[in-house]
Design a protein around this ligand. Structure first.
Ligand SMILES: C[S@@+](CC[C@H](N)C(=O)[O-])C[C@H]1O[C@@H](n2cnc3c(N)ncnc32)[C@H](O)[C@@H]1O
Length: 508
């Protein structure tokens, strides 16, 4: 069976592309044979995509890169890889890299468990070799790729590790295909008498989540609901577009997208501003609709937080933890560019692109002020107070594991408590900037009570001048409110990212 992924492009581009191949495949002899043999060319392009995936996975593991940000320079550990970064792949191969990086990161624990079961001997593995084994396992197990793919991984091991590493890759992956053919893929099992921790461990391996997180969720939600949440985190994430109503009507863009072959439907929560992309996200990007400022990729949960803020044209509004500015831009559209919007964040680098994006989106100059500062260093009394303040604090991000699979491996239980200290300090600082009668919206992309409800309760006990209030009735979807009247979305319940939002009114 032939590969279906072919390198596409004019002959001149093809030569240029081949010149950028790493090490051994960069020889002129090879260039000639590729031009004569498109199937071979496609196999090489795929392995270049796999090489890029290995680089990206190493960057995620060793340098803390985000999953989703496929691209950037290769890891420092791999000098030979410099020439095969994602920037040099065509869009189809870049999509393949994204699928590999997302998938391997998401399924890492399950893949590692299987690799351990199938390896003839224990001991540690070279980081590159481990990534190649994970890639191969993922392609066989999750993508259902036929057995021939093993040859590509064997070649990759020879290329990126050393010739002897190829034997191990071949052996482990061939064992996997034999088990797949016999319908006997190993799975961890719950034995009678297992403790809650042992049960959580089995669920954690099977669903590829850390045991501490599974245990935490089982204690809170019970096993059946936790299994639903784990499954939601492993689903292909839903991407939505926030339509920039300052530039285009939602109906017009919806029609334009459908004509371009993009399958979209209205968000049930924010039907006048958000479209769900069922397929064709790449088309949205390649049509330039995002770079032209007609829409932006944004989860509906982020839109719901801005909706909770309910900022109005003519008001003075502060987005106090704004970078990179997704919510700021929606707030600007809700305010129709009238009044004053201030976006600040400690991270100047993450704020850098916001003025240019705002201008692409048609946000009037002079309406939006962007500045880097630490909210805790802003003495409230030296600033004119704001009608509304949005405080979208740093958090564990445990509500967004479908899109940010790397977070499940990065987070530790202690992070939740250490976040709480910063969240309290930011809440205290933000309170100073709200005018009497004004509104403070506190939000996170976490589903953990210590970062959400717990912070709000603690804040209200420190600040009797504030009280929590319900979302505006009729203007906000009631199905995303919890029993306390706070906005609380869950992936397994609402089908969008998990997030939290509370409206806190300054009474004096
Ligand atoms: C969840 S992110 C904000 C995302 C943003 N609201 C958006 O929708 O694009 C939290 C932000 O808080 C910022 N931050 C952390 N500590 C801060 C502080 N002391 N003052 C201001 N911003 C801070 C971080 O740099 C980070 O960009």
């Amino acid at each position: 069976m032939l590969h279906t992924r072919r390198f596409e492009g004019p002959a001149s581009a093809r030569v240029l592309f081949l010149r950028n191949l790493p090490s051994r495949v960069d020889r002129p002899r090879f260039v000639v044979s590729l031009q004569q043999n498109p199937a071979r060319s496609s196999a090489v392009a795929e392995n270049r995509a796999r090489t890029a995936a290995v680089q990206q996975l190493l960057r995620i593991d060793e340098e803390g890169a985000f999953v989703g940000l496929v691209g950037g320079s290769p890891t420092k550990r791999q000098p030979h890889a410099r020439k095969s970064s994602v920037a040099q792949l065509n869009s189809r191969d870049a999509r393949f890299v994204t699928e590999l990086v997302f998938g391997v990161t998401r399924w890492r624990r399950r893949l590692d468990w299987l690799i351990t079961q199938l390896r003839p001997s224990g001991g540690s593995l070279d980081p590159e070799l481990l990534q190649i084994l994970r890639l191969g396992m993922f392609e066989l197990l999750e993508l259902g790729t036929p057995d021939w793919v093993i040859n590509s991984h064997v070649e990759l091991a020879k290329e990126l590790v050393r010739p002897e590493a190829a034997r191990l890759v071949n052996g482990v992956l061939r064992s996997m295909t034999r088990m797949r053919a016999a319908n006997a893929i190993p799975m961890p099992k719950i034995e009678p008498g297992f403790s809650p921790r042992q049960r959580a461990d089995v669920f954690g391996i099977a669903s590829s989540h850390p045991t501490w997180l599974v245990e935490r969720w089982v204690q809170r939600f019970g096993e059946a609901t936790t299994l639903k949440l784990l499954a939601s985190n492993n689903r292909r994430p839903l991407y939505s577009l926030r339509v920039n109503t300052m530039k285009v009507e939602i109906g017009t863009l919806e029609e334009q997208l459908r004509e371009a072959g993009v399958d979209v439907e209205r968000s049930p929560y924010l039907p006048n501003e958000y479209l769900r992309v069922k397929s064709g996200l790449q088309e949205v990007l390649s049509q330039g609709l995002v770079s032209d400022g007609l829409c932006q990729v944004q989860d509906e949960s982020a839109g719901l937080v801005v909706s909770l803020l309910d900022c109005q044209p003519g008001e003075r509004v502060l987005d106090a933890c704004a970078a990179p500015g997704g919510k700021t831009l929606f707030a600007a559209a809700r305010m129709q560019g009238k009044g004053q919007l201030v976006a600040m964040d400690t991270n100047a680098r993450r704020l850098k692109g916001l003025p240019a994006t705002a201008s692409q989106q048609g946000v009037p100059a002079g309406f939006l002020t962007v500045g880097a500062a630490d909210l805790r260093d802003l003495p409230g009394q030296q600033h004119a107070p704001f009608d509304r303040v949005l405080l979208d604090v740093p958090c564990s991000g445990l509500g967004v594991l479908a899109k940010r699979a790397d977070l499940r491996w990065r987070r530790q239980p202690a992070d939740i408590l250490s976040n709480a200290l910063l969240q309290d300090a930011l809440l205290d600082a933000a309170a100073e900037l709200v005018k009497p009668g004004g509104l403070l919206v506190y939000s996170t992309c976490s589903i953990e009570p210590e970062e959400n409800h717990g912070r709000v309760e603690a804040f209200l006990s420190r600040h009797p001048e504030f009280c929590s209030e319900p979302a505006p009735f009729g203007a906000f979807p009631q199905e995303v409110l919890n029993e306390n009247g706070f906005m609380a979305t869950f992936p397994h319940v609402h089908g969008i990212d998990g997030a939290f939002g509370a409206r806190l009114r300054r009474c004096e």
